[in-house]
Design a protein. Structure first.
Length: 396
């Protein structure tokens, strides 16, 4: 199995809020404990790495006995954590290799690999038995070098453990049931429809209504659901345990906010100025979040040109680039070489806020803004969404 597929759960994703966004964590412990028992582990040290977007935090585990470690995680880290993994040792640039720990379990007739871990209470336990070491050579991976995220090419060394589940409602146990909750990967496989995958998510949430992992995963993958009603079907099943977290607040904002947040951003032609994304509210506006490095975005350009040509009387098309500052030249080159006729705005100065505000989980990310300010996410590559777009814009 290819490394990228195996480690899909390690993909860094989006939606990071500031700590100041109104939380009521009055019942949270000052710190969380993670007790990890790894029978026959071929190493002596253990670290927890939080690689939630924009940060790289390492916490050393304290070895309490052979093959057992205790890790203390401050509550401030837990509040904002989305991606944590266990490492036998921190990244060493001299070796140009990354070690990581994965847990293997079975679901139906296939193996499930869990790379991310988390906590869901003051005390958390993970048990595993050493299985094998798998090395993926000359693979790309992200590493923190001189406090900067850098893309490296080297060996990824996976220490695999058979997962031993002692508490069916623990964080690791819930992850083992569906490590890609809300990704809708099953619906992309032959014989698994969106509806059947959604039904599986609903049943899993009914089974684990207290799960922090399911709540945070739903919050990060809202754009993958076909409708707000589908999101609400899952969200309403959660207990009140995590309804005061930033993930719950993000889901509620998604469910109950219909108006387009009309942010001001610098235009490509004058980065010292600021312009509203939507400038003419008398027409429909199609706002397309894109980037120079995004292949599907490039492939979408001919279709967008046709849409603009067909609907320009009642529709205004606008690009918003989520390129980093280092990619702006590439984006400028793309605009020129592709002869893009519509306006381009730049989000690089506040990418996290933009991704969060518009629930961007992947690109291209298209939002149709109605003249009354209402918004809806559409995918113009889908025939049904394109037909809907033409129908609405041609009959304003």
């Amino acid at each position: 199995m290819h490394f990228h597929k195996v480690l899909a759960s390690v993909v860094v994703t989006f939606l990071v809020f500031a700590l100041s966004q109104g939380r009521a964590h009055t019942t949270d412990p000052e710190s969380y404990k993670l007790f990890v028992s790894l029978e026959n582990a071929p190493f002596d040290s253990l670290f927890l790495q939080d690689y939630t977007e924009g940060r790289n935090i390492l916490i050393a585990g304290r070895k309490t006995k052979e093959f057992t470690w205790e890790i203390t995680i401050p509550k401030e880290i837990v509040w904002d954590s989305e991606n944590m993994m266990l490492l036998p040792t921190p990244y060493d640039p001299k070796r140009k290799s990354q070690e990581m720990i994965r847990f293997v379990t079975k679901k139906a007739d296939r193996e499930v690999i869990v790379a991310n871990v988390g906590v869901d209470g003051a005390n958390n336990y993970i048990h595993g038995k050493y299985r094998d070491t798998v090395v993926y050579r000359n693979e790309p991976f992200m590493a923190k070098i001189n406090d900067k995220d850098s893309l490296m090419i080297g060996n990824v060394i996976c220490r695999d453990f058979d997962l031993i589940i002692k508490d069916a409602h623990s964080d690791i146990a819930v992850r083992a049931e569906e490590p890609f909750f809300s990704w809708f990967l099953d619906s992309q496989k032959e014989g698994n429809s969106y509806e059947s995958t959604l039904a599986g998510y609903i049943e899993l949430t009914k089974k684990h209504p207290d799960s922090r992992f399911l709540m945070s995963s739903l919050s990060r993958m809202l754009a993958r659901y076909k409708s707000k009603e589908d999101v609400r079907k899952i969200y309403d099943l959660f207990s009140g345990k995590h309804k005061n977290t930033r993930w719950a607040k993000n889901i509620e904002r998604f469910l109950y906010t219909n108006k387009f947040p009309n942010t001001s951003l610098p235009p490509l032609h004058d980065t010292t100025a600021r312009e509203s994304i939507v400038q003419d509210t008398s027409k429909y506006n199609l706002v397309v979040f894109t980037a120079s490095w995004c292949r599907p975005c490039r492939e979408e350009i001919p279709l967008l040109k046709k849409i603009q040509n067909d609907l320009n009387k009642n529709l205004i098309l606008t690009y918003v680039s989520i390129d980093e500052a280092s990619g702006l030249k590439s984006y400028q080159k793309l605009i020129e070489e592709s002869s893009i006729p519509w306006r381009s705005l730049l989000a690089w100065q506040d990418l996290k806020k933009i991704k969060s505000t518009y629930f961007i989980e992947g690109i291209p990310h298209n939002i149709l803004v109605h003249p009354n300010g209402d918004m809806e996410k559409i995918d113009v590559r889908k025939d049904s969404d394109r037909e809907m777009l033409y129908s609405k814009v041609n009959n304003p």
